[in-house]
Design a binder for this molecule. Sequence first.
Ligand code: ZN
Length: 262
Amino acid sequence: MPRVVFVMVDGLRPDAISPQRTPNIQRLIDGGASTLAAQSVMPSITLPCHMSIFHSVPPSRHGITTNLYTPPARPIPGLIEAAEDGDKTCAFIYNWEELRDLNRPGMLSYSWFVRASYNIYTGDQQVTDHALPIIRDALYDFTFVYLGTVDSAGHFFGWMSDEYLDQAARVDAYVGQLIDALPSDAVMLLQADHGGHERTHGTDLPEDMTIPWMMYGAGVKAGYTITRPVSLLDTAPTIAHLLGIKRPKEWEGTPVAEGLVG
Ligand SMILES: [Zn+2]
C-alpha cells in the first residue's frame, strides 16, 4: 500500500490557482486527478472543516461549529484512529495549534507544531522545512502537512487581493519542494478546507464553499478531471482506501475511486 502525504493549504480558493501563479499546484493538476469544484461544509470555518475532513461527517454530527474544541458526547472514530487500528503510523506537522484536538492522545507516532500560521513570510516555510526529510525518508504511512498562511493573508488583506495571491504563489513554492520530496511509490493529496470572501469566511457563499481537491502519485490517474461531486467528507475515506485500512461505519463520505487507476 502507498504512503500518503496530505497537504492542506488553508483558505486556498480554486480561482487563485493558475499555471503562472501556482505552477507547482498546476503540476499536481496536470499529473494527477483533480477537481476545482469540491465543496466545504457549513460552517466553513477551519476547525469544523478539519473535524469533518478527519471524521467524514458534517459539523451537525461531530458538533464542532467554531474554532473552539469541545469534547463530543458521542465521539466518531477519525482517520487517525482507523489508521492506528490498521497498524499504520501517522505524523502531523502543522502551524495552527487548534488542530491538536483532531486526535486523541496516544494516536500519533509523530507530531511537530510551531505557532506560525500568522507569519506569512516564514510560517509555512518552517513547516515545509520540517516535513521535507520526513517525506523524503518515508518515515510514516500517513503524513499531514498543514500550511496556514494563505488563510492568514486572506484575513489580513482580503481574499483574491494582490497580497493574498502573492501568498498563494509563495506557498506554491513550498508545495513544489514537497512534491520533489515525494517518493515514487507515494500519493499526495492537496486541498483547501474552505475559501473566503472579503476578509472572512464561514458562510454558504460559493466563494467560501468551493475548494480545490487533488491527488497525485502512485496509482492516481494523470491529467484527469474528477466529474463526481467531492466534499470534505470524502477525504478520509479516500486516504483510508489508499492506505488499505478499514473505514469506520459512521463515516458518510466515499473514496474518490474515479481518480484512481484500476
Ligand atoms: Zn481554514
